[in-house]
Design a protein around this ligand. Structure first.
Ligand SMILES: C[S@@+](CC[C@H](N)C(=O)[O-])C[C@H]1O[C@@H](n2cnc3c(N)ncnc32)[C@H](O)[C@@H]1O
Length: 287
């Protein structure tokens, strides 16, 4: 229901499908128009202001002020039991730091409650000569209400348990579904290049890996919830959320990226339809 409400306020999306609305617009403008508490979960990575093709190259104080503005607006439109997962990298501060984690500059200026910092460790990247080779990014898990928030641990347990039959007082000690995946996550980056490009690779220069977003969406939302990515890029959050039965809203300021995301969603929905049609034709195929 809430996604229809969002459509009523923002008008016809750039792309829409059942349970999904993508808008080619500035997310701050869009969020300012939305009513309170319409979103359950936000998963996003905004521009880092480091000279990427979609960056604006703001003076640092202006960039931080802008981050605070959109995060405050996001807080207003997030439901009371909702969550906000923020992927933010590093920027250089001449004379102060080669690479300072951007959340250090924001943490006490935003209204959300920080539950945890997750370290996303990936296998490959540039090799440092005068410093350790960078191999991680952070995801900050924020909630609105520190006493009441969604956490579906069983949906994301790691089945790869070393001693599954370990007992304590005669009882199996380990959870049968698997262990808590802990706060350091190993997932490869979406690789590029003619020979080693990942299957999920799109032309977007800063694409999230599907596997990371799956863990976040499963753990922090329920089927039917509204998931938002205000900096949608190639639409990874949208594709994952839709595939997990959530409703999806996305904002992207650039038309070419919006088109990329729309195409990705439309391709996903076509494949899903074909699979459903096959399953109807051959209902016992997997038995
Ligand atoms: C780091 S990328 C996100 C990539 C995305 N996570 C993915 O998987 O492809 C940030 C995106 O935010 C978009 N963007 C920048 N400013 C914006 C704004 N004010 N409103 C909406 N989108 C914006 C950029 O064009 C860029 O595509």
């Amino acid at each position: 229901m809430r996604i229809e409400h969002i459509r009523e306020v923002l008008g016809t999306p750039y792309y829409e499908a059942d349970g999904c609305a993508l808008y080619n617009m500035d997310c701050l403008t869009a969020m300012r128009d939305l009513p309170v508490e319409v979103v359950d979960l936000t998963v996003t990575s905004p521009p880092y202001n480091i000279g990427k093709e979609y960056d604006k190259d703001w003076p640092l104080p202006d960039y931080l002020d802008w981050c605070i503005q959109w995060i405050r607006e996001l807080y207003r439109i997030t439901r009371s039991e909702g969550a906000f997962w923020l992927n933010l990298g590093y920027l250089s501060m001449p004379g102060r730091a080669k690479a300072i984690p951007i959340p250090y500059l924001l943490w006490n200026r935003i209204p959300f409650f920080l539950i945890q910092e997750i370290v996303w460790h990936y296998g490959a990247g540039v090799a440092g000569r005068k410093f350790f080779s960078p191999r991680n990014e952070k995801f900050l898990w924020y909630v609105k209400d520190q006493d009441s928030y969604t956490f579906n641990l069983d949906d994301v347990r790691d089945p790869n348990v070393k001693y599954p039959n370990q007992k304590k007082n005669g009882k199996i000690k380990v959870n049968r579904i698997g262990k808590n995946p802990a706060d350091v996550w190993q997932f490869p980056k979406v690789t590029s290049g003619t020979k080693r490009a990942a299957k999920e690779r799109t032309p977007h220069p800063a694409q999230f890996p599907i596997s990371v977003i799956e863990r976040i969406v499963k753990s922090s939302s329920h089927p039917g919830d509204v998931v938002l990515d205000p900096f949608m890029g190639s639409g990874t959050t949208a594709v994952v959320a839709l595939s997990l039965g959530r409703q999806v809203v996305g904002f992207e300021i650039r038309r070419d990226y919006c088109e990329l995301a729309a195409q990705r969603l439309s391709d996903y929905l076509t494949i899903r339809k074909e699979r459903e049609a096959q399953a109807q034709l051959f209902p016992n195929m997997n038995t």
